[in-house]
Each structure stands twice: as C-alpha cells, then as structure tokens.
Design a protein around this ligand. Structure first.
Ligand code: FCB
Length: 461
C-alpha cells in the first residue's frame, strides 16, 4: 500500500490505543453492490445479473439494477467520504463495463466512469484503492466455462492491463481479486453465489484459475508500471472445537487447508501444500495445474488484504455430510455460532482477528497486511450502537496485533453504504451510512460519526 495517506491526529489518543502514523483509514464497497446503472453506457451482463434474475437465488428477488445508484451519485458519495475524513476508498471495477463480453472491444464509456470517480477522489485528497474483480464476471465468459477454465484467467490479465493503462497514472494500489474463496466455493461449490454451480471438482479448478489469474494479472500490471500490487483474501481462523482432541485437530487442519492455505501457500510460498493436494486428489485429478503455474502465481506482493468477519470451529463427526463450500469436508462438523452474533448470524469474536493476523504474520513473514474489509450487518436504523461496538472491538483487536509486531498498514470498514448483500439482497445492512432505497437518500449512522472521530484522533478512545 502506498504510504501517501497520512492520518492527522488532531487530539492524540491515549498511548495504548493510538495507531501508527500513516495508518490508512478507509471504507470499502464493490461495483455490483452499489453502482446500479446495470444497462447503461455499454455495460454488458455479468453473472450476478443472471443469477439475481433466477427465481429463488436472491432474497426478495432483489437485483443490482439500481442498488445505491452510485453510478450517478458518485460525487455525492465521495463528498460523504471526505466529510468522514477517509484517507482511502476501496472500490471495484466492473469487468463487464470495461469489456462487455469479457475479451472483446474495450468500452471506453465504462473506463470513463472510473476515471471520473478517481479524479473526484483525488480532488478530495482520498486515495483510490482499486479492486479489479469483486465477483461480477462477464456472463459471456461464464458461458465459456467461467473460472473452471484457464481462458478466464488469461482474459482477466488482459482486462487488468486495460484498466491499468487508463488509471495507472493516478491509482497507486492495485488489488487483483476479492475473496477468491467465495468465487470458487460459493460460486461453483455450494452454488449460493453466482453462477450457482454445485460441482466440487469445478470449484477446485476455479481455485487454481483464480490463483493463476492473480499471478498473470500481477505480472502484467507490474510490467506495465504498477508498484503496489495486492490481493484480498478472506482467511478464516479455523480452530478445533476440542483443542486436545487429535481428530478435531485433524479436521481443523483439513478445513484450514482448503479454505486458507490453498490460496496463501501458492501466493506467498510458490507451492500448494502437499497435504491439501493429497486431500483434494480424491475429488479432482488436478490436471488443471500446468507446469510453471505455481511460479506464475508466486508474484511479489506489496500488500496482502484481509477481509475478516468471524471465526470457524470444527470437529470430527463421522457420518457428517460434506459442505459444498469446503470440498472434502465429509465427516467434519462446523459448530453453530455461540454468543453474540450479527444480523448475518456470524459469531462476534474480535480476538480471533488478532490471532489470525498474528498467525499470517508468523507463517508468511515479510508481507505487509491491510484489513480491506471488516464490519457488521445490523437491522435498519441510523442509531447503531452494536455496529459501533463491533468496529471498536475489532479495531482494538487490530491494535493488539500491531502491539504483537504484526505489520498492519490500515483498515477499511465494510461498508461505506448499505448495499446489495449478494444472496441476501438489500435485507442485510452493512453500511456506516444508511441508504433509503426508495429515495436514495444517504444518512450518516452513529457508526459513521464515531468512525470520523477515530480517524481524526488516529486511535480509539
Ligand atoms: C465479503 C464480501 C463483501 C461483502 C461482505 C459482507 O465476503 O467481499 O462484498 O458482501 O462479505
């Protein structure tokens, strides 16, 4: 991450809760979740347009057709960001706006939108942090096999370079993919996300082609001149329910393998872990891994983005059917959340974030980390003390990780705005800014006002 963003500390916080100088304070969104304008200015259809129109896939039949209408209201939204004092804004580029059919002609009007947005951000002193893929794959590419085929990885690198050539003079930080875990396992494993496939072998091919897409794009971006290259993962702390039980420990190792190490190891060590390859070889013949692929995947990484929401606890349970989002998880049970949960029914456990960051720092040393998403869904309303608590406690967990020596460079709240929460439609609200979907009015929630103070003092109270 570029160090161009410096937080001002108007009132220094107590020593214990102050963040390092230059710590990046941001908020994040994603194209399909906020932009709307689904058929405007030459945008082609994405897998989420198709999926959200498929009956029964998204709560309430909601689609991203209008969403937060950010495509038209981006200037107003950037003004909000400036009002909050954000140093950086993480947004994603919609591939089908840039190349409507995935590989063909470039749609200049699509690039123009991100150009306007970038300039608006810079004019307000906000650092644009671009994610090139946050799940809206051009439908034409899905029709040719999507992430289960290698061509999609190649097409991604070409598209990445097109965007870089337009914005690279002003955008410092380039993130290739957002949460390939979700793309592969929710998209092609259990099918709760677009394109809605249920194909365990296909989901593992998708994992590899996403890793490869990152490597090819990172290489192309760097060759074109990009300096700060990152990927955002959603690593999860997977713990054995009974830490003294060897069968539970073995179960946790399997899930940690298919959820975390299958991405982290090739990206940061240049090889897939042997235990994971062995484990998945009963599902796939691995023929999609070609000679030289792991070298391509293993590109220098300037920052590793981490999205964190909740931990997992697993135990060995003979006879338990496998979960589609964890291939080969037969005989392993996931504990239901205990204690306080958010509106997503996700267990709240901030200390898990500290442990996760510490572990990544230890096992994959030398790569600076950035929280690229963290936040909570709570029901409608601008008074959101539970969200304030969630954010406060997780920032404290980040601070604990810093104190333990983790090289953590910044924090992006998910999300700037209430938005289209994928299969949950507009029902789950993650915004620190409330959106009235009838009038498109924005209103700062208490959490946004609280976050503004955190940013101002560069620390917690
Ligand atoms: C993450 C996604 C993001 C949002 C949050 C709640 O997995 O990256 O788009 O949906 O979860």
């Amino acid at each position: 991450m570029t160090a161009t963003v410096t937080s001002t500390s108007a009132q220094p916080a107590a020593a214990g809760t102050r963040f390092p100088d230059g710590f990046v304070w941001g908020a994040a969104t994603a194209s399909y979740q906020i932009e709307g304008a689904a058929r405007e200015d030459g945008r082609g259809p994405s897998i989420w347009d198709t999926f959200s129109r498929t009956p029964g896939k998204v709560v309430g039949g909601h689609t991203g057709d209008v969403a937060c209408d950010h495509y038209h209201r981006y200037a107003e939204d950037v003004a909000l960001m400036a009002d909050l004092g954000l140093g950086a804004y993480r947004f994603s580029v919609a591939w089908p706006r840039i190349r409507p059919d995935g590989t063909g002609p470039v749609n200049v009007r699509g690039l123009d939108f991100y150009d306007r947005l970038t300039d608006e951000l810079l004019a307000k002193g906000i650092d644009p942090v671009v994610t090139l893929y946050h799940w809206d794959l051009p439908q034409t590419l899905e029709d040719r096999g999507g992430w289960t085929v290698r061509e999609t990885a190649e097409a991604f690198a070409d598209y990445a370079e097109v965007v870089y050539r337009r914005l690279g003079d002003r955008v410092a930080t380039w993130t290739t993919l957002n949460e390939p875990w979700c793309t592969a396992y929710l998209g092609y494993g259990n099918g709760i996300h677009a394109p809605g496939k249920q194909d365990p072998a296909g989901s593992l091919a998708a994992v590899h082609h996403l890793n490869l897409a990152h490597g090819l794009a990172a290489r192309a971006l760097r060759a074109a001149g990009a300096r700060n290259i990152s990927i955002t993962l959603n690593p999860c702390e997977v713990s054995p329910l009974d830490p003294t039980n060897p069968a539970d420990i073995a179960a946790a190792t399997i899930i940690d393998g298919v959820a975390n190490r299958i991405f982290l190891d090739p990206l940061l060590r240049g090889e897939y872990p042997a235990d994971v390859l062995e484990h998945i070889s009963r599902i796939t013949d691995l023929s999609f891994i070609k000679d030289g692929d792991t070298e391509i995947i293993h590109q220098p990484l300037d920052i590793l983005g981490i999205n964190f929401y909740t931990p997992s606890y697993v135990s060995a349970k003979p006879g338990q059917p496998g979960a589609g989002d964890y291939p080969g998880s037969e005989g392993i049970a996931f504990r239901k959340p205990v204690g306080p949960v958010t509106d997503m029914n996700w267990q709240i456990e901030p200390a898990s974030l500290t442990r996760l960051l510490t572990r990544i720092h230890r096992d994959y040393p030398g790569t600076p980390l950035m929280i690229t998403e963290n936040g909570a869904a709570y029901p409608e309303g601008v008074h959101d003390p539970l969200r304030v608590d969630y954010l406060n406690d997780h920032l404290r967990a980040c601070h604990d990780a810093l104190a333990a020596g983790v090289d953590l460079r910044g924090y992006f709240a998910w999300s700037l705005l209430d938005n289209f929460e994928w299969a949950e439609g507009y029902v789950k609200r993650f915004g620190i800014v409330h959106v009235d979907y009838t009038t498109q009015e924005r209103a700062l929630k208490d959490s946004a006002k609280w976050y503004r103070e955190v940013i101002k003092r560069n620390g917690l109270e």
